[in-house]
Design a binder for this molecule. Structure first.
Ligand code: SAM
Length: 219
């Protein structure tokens, strides 16, 4: 049985019971293997832009005897994925800019039956922004420590409405007042990064976010 690292386990914990799970950028296909072995999905599609990771994935499927339940698919983002193929979709271990582009390029994700589990490595603000302008809500998000890094994992669904958020939301989501240790570490790191940016640039978005953080703290 597949055992996941804390980062991928946190992603897996957000995946809900479904017929078909899709993992974009699967590499070794550890995540879909875990999801299917644990009965969370009946079957899965493990997709990757590069053939070599799919060779790694093929080895995992053979080791775990999952060839009949997991399909490998060469695909840049959602390019070779059809609408309605999967209800639960993970995109993990990729830069936030790339994840944001995939969301922008795939209008059929704007469907109330689709659940996205996203784990950007960088540029979390681009992912939150793209979700917000396209009518998604982040219904849950958390961080997890692995080695000496803290990773962010978010769960998002399409609601079709664009709700107003405070200026700091794109950077911190709803984690500003969380007491969980890794969330605190994440928040402190982002605030530090915003302060450095504010000192060396005239980025209005950053300055507004810092003001909004101060306001939220003083309430
Ligand atoms: C760092 S690995 C992450 C693997 C796994 N998702 C995880 O979180 O551990 C990133 C994988 O995404 C794939 N990838 C990069 N860009 C992609 C894209 N545009 N579409 C699909 N896969 C992509 C890479 O080939 C690589 O296998």
């Amino acid at each position: 049985m597949m055992k996941l690292t804390p980062r991928l386990q946190t992603v897996a914990d957000f995946v809900e019971k479904c017929d078909c799970f899709l993992d974009i950028g699967t590499d070794h296909a550890y995540l879909p293997a875990y999801i299917v072995e644990n009965g969370i999905a009946e079957r899965a599609i493990a997709s990757d832009i590069n053939p070599n990771p799919l060779k790694n994935a093929q080895k995992t499927l053979e080791q775990e005897n999952l060839n009949e339940k997991i399909t490998l698919r060469l695909s840049a983002g959602f390019e070779n994925i059809r609408e309605n193929e999967a209800g639960e979709i993970a995109i993990a271990g990729m830069g936030g800019m790339m994840i944001a582009e995939m969301i922008a390029d795939t209008p059929w994700l704007q469907n109330k039956d689709i659940h996205l589990i996203l784990q950007p490595m960088t540029h979390f603000e681009l992912v939150r922004k793209e979700l917000q302008v396209n009518g998604f809500e982040i219904d849950a998000e958390t961080t997890v420590s692995e080695g000496n890094r803290v990773y962010l994992v978010m769960s998002a669904r399409y609601f079709g409405t664009v709700s107003q958020k405070p200026a700091h939301w794109i950077y911190l989501g709803n984690l500003l007042n969380s007491t969980k240790k890794s969330d605190r570490q994440y928040v402190e790191k982002i605030i530090k990064m915003l302060r450095v940016k504010a000192e060396f640039s005239d980025d209005k978005e950053v300055k507004e976010a810092l003001r909004s953080i101060e306001n939220a703290k003083s309430k």
